[in-house]
Design a protein around this ligand. Structure first.
Ligand SMILES: Cc1cc2nc3c(=O)[nH]c(=O)nc-3n(C[C@H](O)[C@H](O)[C@H](O)COP(=O)(O)OP(=O)(O)OC[C@H]3O[C@@H](n4cnc5c(N)ncnc54)[C@H](O)[C@@H]3O)c2cc1C
Length: 511
């Protein structure tokens, strides 16, 4: 049982592929796109370079670990630089906060916004640290989640208030609505509704604080490229522009993947493709989601993204990352996740890599990525008609609300990506860009499991499985899936790679 075929070269597929290849399995990764990285692909036009999806790097140690397992040094492939501030948040009233990991600077800014509330910062961060400890240090995020695991975690979870909503946790510490936003919005980073996502996701503020927020030269896609390179250097096989069409199953076992480029025989199959796609398209009929299960699943939000190449720069208004809030928080979140309507107002997330790496655009120019969270395709929005008007509204708002003077007249390159593109280009069910929504009943043991329940040699990796979306979550999911897979199908000592033994030894010594 050595031959593993992984469908999808997102961070989940690449990192699991690398882990298994380093151990001695024979791994083949297929992806329908022409670049590795999944959401983290790159757009280049007339000297402007854009990351099309993720941009904010946290928990860099999870990335570095992959290079070490392969017997490589990350510095030989990637240059990571820390960002400070992590991001600027423009509030609805024009005030702003430069969010950073530096407690004193944070407290000073909180005091300026709402005197007295700075006292709550340390207590909030301590709560966040406790969630972080359970998920990262105690390893809940890197093991397949079982009922036994839940049972063990339950007393701690109840004590920490892990099941209340992220917003209600923040509201226990802060009164000012701007601060409640600042300390509750993090689930949005992983496709979650802060008013429903369990407070355990409030580990993210501590994860950022302790590990920092980073940028990789060349952008997030450079990380995916480096992982793909290392995977191939240690003997892994990567086929791009190869779309899986069916996971072939006989006598309850997966034995091959049929694709646009022929059939790939496999001892073990892993899907890194979107969960809904895997369970409605790739698996044969008896294993597909029943109409009832389809009905019961909650899908994350989607995104409308504008990529603007601009012949001028805005260093005073835009640091590397910016969040620009519209007038509503709860109401807007409700429109996106529950009512599923395209609201008149919006909040935006901006990424300006040129602030840190000038080479991402021609001299004197800015490469600008603007993301607006929008409902997934369960909303009846015809994006072919709506997209241009929506983009125009965003550009106007950037000029008027954020003060990007002369933006429209300086745009040299303009591209956009809609929920329909998420579905068409990356097979995201309902164009939901973050997989199944992280609500309590789709978290931990209730999230699609890392190993298929009825097909023992079929595994899942990536945002749709435990622990969930976001690059760190997906890298942890690769660890959880690796553990389940290796336990079920260990290699004989003859097949085990010397490389992995060396890497494991290195890790032990460092601890
Ligand atoms: C717009 C956006 C911004 C984000 N920003 C951040 C951020 O700043 N920081 C962060 O940490 N996280 C961020 N995230 C979340 C993070 O990017 C994702 O959770 C993560 O990249 C998902 O990785 P994955 O491996 O699970 O799946 P994906 O990246 O979705 O990869 C799955 C791959 O499977 C391929 N595939 C699908 N079907 C098939 C098939 N039939 N045959 C072959 N291949 C197939 C797809 O082409 C795709 O390449 C963002 C996500 C989005 C959408």
């Amino acid at each position: 049982m050595k031959k593993v075929v992984i469908i999808g070269a997102g961070f989940g597929g690449l990192s699991l592929g690398l882990r298994l290849q380093a151990r001695g399995y024979e791994v083949t990764v297929l992806d329908k796109q022409s670049q590795p990285g999944g959401h983290a692909v790159r757009l280049q036009e007339r000297g402007y370079t854009f990351d099309m999806g993720p941009s904010l790097i946290t928990a860099p140690e999870l990335i570095e670990e992959l290079f070490r397992l392969a017997g490589k040094r990350m510095e030989d492939y990637l240059t990571l630089v820390p960002l400070d501030p992590y991001y600027r948040i423009y509030f609805w009233d024009g005030s702003f906060l430069d969010y950073t990991g530096d407690a004193e600077r944070m407290k000073a800014q909180i005091a300026a916004l709402s005197p007295g509330e700075e006292k709550a910062y340390d207590a909030f961060m301590e709560r966040s640290r406790q969630f972080y400890k359970a998920v990262i240090i105690d390893g809940l995020g890197e093991r397949p989640f079982t009922w036994r695991e839940l049972w063990k975690f339950l007393p701690q979870a109840l004590r920490l208030g892990a099941f209340r909503s992220s917003y209600s946790l923040a509201a226990r510490y802060f009164r000012d609505e701007r601060l409640r936003f600042t300390f509750s919005f993090h689930p949005l980073f992983i496709g979650g509704d802060p008013f429903l996502a369990p407070a355990v996701y409030q580990m993210i503020p501590y994860l950022e604080k302790t590990g920092g927020v980073w940028y990789a030269y060349g952008g997030m896609h450079a990380v995916a490229e480096a992982l793909a390179k290392v995977f191939q250097e240690i003997g892994g096989t990567l086929f791009l522009e190869t779309e899986a069409e069916e996971i072939r199953v006989r006598n309850g076992r997966a034995y091959a993947v049929r694709s646009s480029k022929g059939e790939f025989p496999a001892d073990i199959v892993v899907s890194n493709a979107d969960y809904y796609h895997t369970f409605t398209r790739l698996l044969p009929e008896p294993y597909r989601l029943s109409p009832f299960k389809k009905q019961m699943l909650w899908y994350s939000m989607s995104a409308f993204i504008l990529y603007l190449g601009v012949r001028r720069t805005y260093p005073e208004r835009l640091p590397h990352h910016t969040i620009a809030l519209g007038p509503r928080y709860k109401g807007l979140v409700k429109d996106i996740f529950r009512r599923k309507v395209l609201a008149e107002d919006f909040s935006l997330y901006l990424h300006v890599p040129t602030r840190t790496e000038a080479g991402m655009a021609p001299p004197g120019s800015e490469s600008l990525y603007v993301l607006s969270p929008v409902p997934n395709l369960q909303a009846k929005i015809d994006w072919a008609k709506a997209a241009d008007t929506y983009a125009e509204k965003i550009i106007r708002s950037l000029e008027e609300r954020i003060g990007l003077k002369g933006l429209r007249d300086s745009i040299e390159v303009r591209a956009q990506f809609t929920p329909e593109d998420f579905m068409r280009e990356r097979n995201c069910g309902f164009g939901a860009a973050w997989g199944p929504e992280p609500v309590l009943w789709q978290t931990a043991v209730l999230r699609p499991s890392n190993r298929h329940k009825r097909i023992p040699n079929l595994f899942l990796v990536g945002a749709g499985t435990h622990p969930g979306a976001g690059v760190p979550g997906v890298l942890l999911s690769a660890k959880a899936t690796e553990r389940a897979l290796v336990e079920a199908y260990p290699l004989s000592s003859r097949s085990q790679s010397k490389l992995y033994e060396g890497a494991a030894f290195l890790e032990l010594r460092e601890r």
